[in-house]
Design a protein. Structure first.
Length: 41
């Protein structure tokens, strides 16, 4: 067993921030791809 050793998890804030970024940016991806197709044509 782990003998009550405290393992500090510092990645939870990063995972929350990454999840929020994905939730905001995922609906915007088709618009960004549309901008790229307009610029490249």
């Amino acid at each position: 067993m782990s003998n009550n050793e405290e393992f500090k998890d510092n990645t939870s804030i990063f995972h929350l921030f990454a999840g929020l970024v994905v939730l905001v940016s995922a609906p915007l991806l088709p618009m960004v791809m549309g901008w790229f197709t307009l610029l490249l044509n």
